[in-house]
Design a protein around this ligand. Sequence first.
Ligand SMILES: [Zn+2]
Length: 300
Amino acid sequence: MFALQFDQLDRQAELRINPAHLRELAQQADSSILPVHRQQLLTQDDSLLWLNWSELSDTVEEIQDKHLIYLGQVQGADQIKHYFSYRLTEPDYFIKQFPSVLLKGLRELLPVLSEAESFLANVAIGIEHWHNTHQYCGYCGHTTYSKLAGFVRQCSNQECAKEHYPRTDAAVICAITYQDKILLGRQAQWPENRYSVIAGFVEPGESLEQAVAREANEEAGLTVTNIQYFGSQPWPFPQSLMTGFTAEATHPSIELKDHELEHADWFTRSQINELVGCSQLILPYKYSISRTLIEHWRNS
Ligand SMILES: [Zn+2]
């Protein structure tokens, strides 16, 4: 199981059409609202700050439907609990009232959050980011407004009235092996000694497997066969869906064609063990699908 996956959330999309009912659900005493601001979350002592309706009412001038996003419900042992996020426009106002509250990004919080909290925070941040970057209609340039509990933005120009939906960018990530070695590469801007498997965004008109083959060729000059789907993981930095693959190179010679990588090489398991042991190789973030792919190969 990858990080950022939690199968207990029922998104209840059919409830999104009724803002008045959602407002009632949000006002229930056991409903939880997660304030979000610019891909950051309010935290206190490294815990997410979930608010109920009255706590949120105390800290914003007016709770507006356009900022309230319905994430869904979770069936507990004896009751259903509803989860919302709220797009805070003025976190300073909030933070001034509660000096111990800090804004933190998800990357910083993942190590301390539970599986369910990581997942819900990821959904909330992903939607909030989409709202922030889709304030204007891409067809006519007029402003857009939020509807359907935050899952649609509609153009305010009545002649256009286009509906815009949250974006998720498809990306591929692939552990390429040749005999008993795995390909690891690094980008120039990464921290020193940090290496990972190759990855890239899917281009229009391309299948996932074609994207894997193209990226292998562009980044490392490799031809790959036996491309196998491994699994997927939402990757909210800022709005990707990482689809993981394994593949085998037909030859070992590496050529950094597009220079996205500054260095790439083949590593055996024992080389990785040795280099990681003396910190000359730093593997990807523990919660990433790239790390899962590498660990899967190391343990195979
Ligand atoms: Zn428009």
